[in-house]
Design a protein around this ligand. Structure first.
Ligand code: UD1
Ligand code: CA
Length: 454
């Protein structure tokens, strides 16, 4: 049988007033990724054949984000915010192209899993015109209620329009709907705005379909799949669920998380085999950790690649553009940015390595700083393989330290150092024999004089 074609319509035009933020709601993040990105990832993984994203007027940033995430997504602007059905009809031209199934997904429902979307589509193959995801939330406030009779969905009642007995219904609308392509437009175009908010409610599609002698059903799922985010509290709750899922997936894949509840992951964090992550580590977006690496406590990583058997932290900060080779060691209070640290190289204590290349097995001593910024531009530092940088050295970029070269401690290096050379760039030490005891003698004398005048 030919696989059914499908169009996902992601509604993202809402202002998100309840977030009390200048940022569009769907661009807020959980697990290092925007709500919109989570939803788009779920529909893509569910295998939809086309994607449309509906944004609000002036939300060019949301449209751009959608295009970046799914380059062939079509974006539509809902000029006035007149409700969820009105938003769907902003993508009318995409619907009119004709597909087997239409999936309507709200951009503020980021935890939906691809398998849940597939479950929702299943009733359409058995002749239903509409399938709606239902769930029983701990707190139903704000959700539409699903009115069921037998195995059919009769209506969805928005809370503001519900009677007291309808409000007592525990089964709620998850905000994700599948519509059969052949009847979708006819249903959507009949939706009116005769309700409490004078909005075109997508949820009215159910009663209209039944009036057209079409069938609607509910598919019940766990609350975590359909948590809607309207407030910062709900954003934090969704973050907690996302983190739990990511930790579980990492553990199931064989990563050792000593205290999983203290480790924060991003949706795109990638681990090899036998990786150990100690308590209290934060992984921002775009981090890969290869086999056998150890990430020690209180480290913060973003945009970094950690090679096989490398060791990071405790208290290390890896910023975007960091690439650690196999067995490299980055120790406590070391910050690395835009830098390649080749295999076996070490920076074990108190350093800043930015815009740099550190060759294999080089040793960067405690307190070494690459002075990469001159106040207006960034410059590069290159440290050759096997080089030794003595403690508390400042390498003023642009500068190259040759292979196997040796930098004396406390040097301020402003010129290139040839391979295998020693560079000393600090004041020469002088010794004044007996100077300290003479000083003490003078002080004692002064004190005695003062007393004799009392
Ligand atoms: C909606 C549902 C409710 C359901 C809940 C699930 C309706 C009428 N109500 O309520 O039954 O229980 O979601 O979370 O559908 N949007 C637009 N344009 C608009 C209005 C909304 O694009 O004109 C988008 C929003 O960006 C959001 C989504 O549609 O992503 C849902 O809108 P929202 O206002 O959050 O609906 P709820 O009140 O949560
Ligand atoms: Ca909502």
């Amino acid at each position: 049988m030919k696989p059914r074609s499908s169009l996902a319509i992601v509604l993202a035009a809402g202002e998100g007033t309840r977030m009390r933020s200048a940022q569009p709601k769907v661009l807020h993040t959980i697990a290092g990724r925007s709500l919109l990105a989570h939803v788009l990832a779920a529909v893509t993984e569910a295998g939809v054949t086309a994607t449309a994203v509906v944004v609000g007027p002036g939300q060019d940033d949301v449209a751009a984000a959608a295009k970046r995430l799914v380059p062939d997504a079509a974006t539509f602007v809902q000029r006035e915010r007149r409700g969820t059905a009105h938003a769907v009809l902003a993508a009318k031209s995409a619907i009119a192209q004709g597909v087997d199934d239409i999936l309507i997904v709200y951009g503020d429902t980021p935890l939906v899993r691809p398998q849940t979307l597939s479950r929702l589509r299943a009733p359409l193959t058995k002749g239903a015109a509409i399938a709606v995801l239902g769930f029983r939330p701990a707190d139903a406030a704000g959700y539409g209620r699903l009115i069921i009779a037998g195995d059919e969905l009769v209506a969805i009642r928005e809370e503001a329009d519900a009677s007291p007995s309808e409000r007592a219904i525990k089964l709620c609308n998850g905000g994700i709907m599948a519509l059969a392509g052949d009847s979708a437009l006819a249903i959507l175009q009949r939706i009116g705005d005769h309700n409490h908010k004078s909005e075109f409610y997508l949820t009215d599609a159910v009663e209209i379909a039944r009036g057209m002698k079409l069938r609607a059903v509910a598919v019940e799922v766990e609350e975590d799949d359909v948590r809607g985010i309207n407030t910062k509290s709900q954003l934090a709750e969704a973050e907690a669920v996302a983190q739990q899922r990511l930790r579980k997936a990492a553990l199931d894949a064989g990563v050792t998380l000593v205290a999983p509840e203290t480790v924060f992951l991003s949706a795109d964090t990638k681990f090899g085999k036998d990786v150990v992550v100690e308590p209290y580590v934060v992984f921002g977006e775009k981090v890969t950790v290869e086999d056998g690496a150890v990430i020690r406590s209180f480290s913060h990583l973003v945009g970094a690649h950690v090679g096989k058997g490398a060791s990071v932290g405790p208290y290390a900060r890896l910023r975007p553009g960091t690439r650690l080779g196999d067995g490299a060691r980055i120790g406590n209070f070391v910050e690395v940015k835009e830098a390649v640290i080749e295999a076996g190289a070490k920076a074990n204590h108190l350093s800043y390595i930015g815009d740099a290349f550190v060759g294999a097995n080089a040793n960067v001593g405690a307190g070494t700083i690459t002075c990469n910024y001159d106040g207006s531009e960034k410059h590069r530092t290159e440290i050759g393989r096997e080089a030794f940088i003595g403690s508390n050295s400042a390498l003023v970029a642009p500068v190259k330290i040759g292979e196997g070269a040796y930098i004396a401690s406390g040097s301020v290096i402003t010129e290139d150092v040839p391979a295998d050379a020693l560079a000393l760039a600090r004041g020469r030490q002088t010794i004044k024999q007996g100077w300290a005891s003479r000083l003490r003698g003078l002080k004692l004398l002064a004190k005695k004089k003062a007393h004799s005048h009392d």
